[in-house]
Ligand binder design. Structure first.
Ligand code: HEC
Length: 182
């Protein structure tokens, strides 16, 4: 009888532990996701300060206050701007309310909760990821400690902003500026 009681107690304890443990703990998937996130440079846009060359690693992947213009600021003084969002699982400011499948779909297709995003985030290249790799990335992101950090709202062309932004462009190497042409 005592043995039975002990067994029941152990079972209850096990159940309690699984109730409180992080459902996104799976060391294999997490490690694969972490490796891919580092390799694919997600933090180079999604970590605060990274777009200005000074990433705040205390808030890794918690979103950027510096935006990225998606049309040419040399032609349009007030371009449209996207702010790389917070990828930690904070419910209010991050991807806490996204499912693993929704995050994986966004990475591979650019199709987020609010529709199709522009080609600022390189999802056409990430589309080549195997589905299980996109799932591993999503799983890893959902296992991170949540960081509360709200990024500015995206802007349409013509809207003013006080926050900084960068522009990813293609710049031509003219013979005068190319170092090898000397
Ligand atoms: C070149 C910059 C850049 C890189 C690199 C990048 N992203 Fe993004 N990402 C963005 C921008 C900008 C948005 C916002 C798009 C929008 O608002 O329409 C975004 C949106 C997202 C979203 C949607 C989140 C939300 O709350 O709407 C997810 C998820 C995401 N990125 C994951 C990733 C992952 C994972 C990687 C690496 C595999 C990555 N991104 C690499 C720029 C980038």
């Amino acid at each position: 009888m005592r043995k039975l009681l002990l067994a029941v107690a152990a079972l209850l304890l096990l159940q309690a532990c699984s109730l409180f443990s992080n459902p996104f703990e799976d060391s294999g998937k997490q490690a694969r996701g972490e490796y891919l996130v580092a390799l694919l440079g997600c933090g180079s846009c999604h970590t605060p300060g990274a777009l200005l060359g000074k990433p705040n690693l205390q808030q890794a992947l918690a979103g950027s206050d510096t935006g990225i213009a998606w049309n040419n600021p040399l032609l349009e003084p007030l371009p449209g701007i996207l702010y790389p969002p917070n990828l930690t699982p904070d419910i209010e400011t991050g991807i806490g309310s996204w499912s693993v499948q929704e995050v994986a779909r966004m990475i591979r297709t650019g199709l987020g909760k609010h529709g199709q995003t522009r080609w600022v985030m390189p999802w056409p290249s990430y589309g080549k990821l195997a589905e299980e790799d996109a799932i591993a990335i999503a799983f890893y992101l959902k296992s991170l400690p949540p960081v509360q950090h709200k990024v500015p709202a995206d802007l349409k062309p013509g809207q003013k902003t006080e926050s900084q932004f960068i522009h990813l462009g293609v710049y031509q190497n003219t013979p005068a500026s190319a170092p090898l042409s000397k």
